[in-house]
Design a protein around this ligand. Structure first.
Ligand SMILES: [Zn+2]
Length: 239
């Protein structure tokens, strides 16, 4: 892939048989890649990148926050999110099984004394996973009917770069574990999005028309998701 420099920014240039230019800020380091029509001139690409500078900075800032966010210690006072609501984490020691209790604005995580960061993270993630798994079936059932498709299976997966994905051939949907931290309507949006892929593989006009039909306010839900740290970048490598 070729590259050009715009001010102090290195830009990877991918020439393709397409009509419009697209710009991507790639996690985790905020590398810039543009997809452009084959015949477009470098100066045109530069102007295009410059017109997106504000957005590029914002995305890069988000990735930085994401790195900060991942350096968690799971100690008293840290913020944890459940369905879009923020709670204060409190670590409590118990000799029995790990568990989580929510009281008011506090989330109590009961773990073994001398537990490591990784063990506390695992205990919380297990609880998160069960919570998410309990919420998914009803949504899938409801929306399979409305979208008029049927999947073979679904699973929860902790993913870094996408909220969901759909294997069209196997009719299998993956849902990102991180969605349990976002407001519930966001999970619903992702499920509808992935189910819609069974009708239309790519994010084209047909796909958008389906989404408008099934969930007229899907853009609002998608924006809510994007206000949060992880970006929705599903769709780049659909199978
Ligand atoms: Zn998609």
């Amino acid at each position: 892939m070729a590259s050009i420099t715009v001010g102090e920014i290195d830009v990877l240039v991918h020439k393709k048989n397409i009509k419009n230019m697209h710009l991507y800020v790639l996690p985790p380091d905020g590398v810039i890649r543009v997809s452009v029509p084959v015949a477009v001139a470098d100066d045109t690409i530069r102007l295009f990148v410059i017109s997106k500078i504000g957005w590029i900075k914002k995305q890069r800032e988000k990735f930085k926050n994401q790195a900060r966010q991942s350096a968690r210690e799971y100690i008293d006072g840290e913020s944890v999110y459940v369905w879009g609501k923020r709670y204060r984490l409190m670590i409590r020691h118990g000799s029995k099984k790990n568990k989580v209790e929510i009281k008011g604005d506090r989330l109590y995580l009961y773990v073994r004394e001398k537990s490591t960061v990784a063990q506390r993270e695992k205990a919380l993630n297990e609880w998160y996973r069960n919570l998410l798994k309990a919420a998914v079936p009803t949504l899938i059932e409801t929306w399979q009917d409305k979208v008029d498709v049927k999947i073979e299976s679904w699973a929860v997966k902790n993913m870094k770069t996408r909220w969901g994905s759909c294997n069209i051939v196997a009719k299998r949907i993956w849902v990102n574990l991180q969605l349990v931290k976002k407001p519930l309507p966001c999970l619903e949006y992702v499920i509808v999005h992935e189910l819609t892929h069974l009708l239309e593989k790519s994010h084209n006009e047909v796909f958008v028309a389906y989404m408008d039909q099934f969930m007229p306010e899907w853009r609002m839900r998608k924006n809510t998701l994007n206000e949060y740290i992880l970006d929705y970048v599903d769709g780049q490598e659909l199978t």
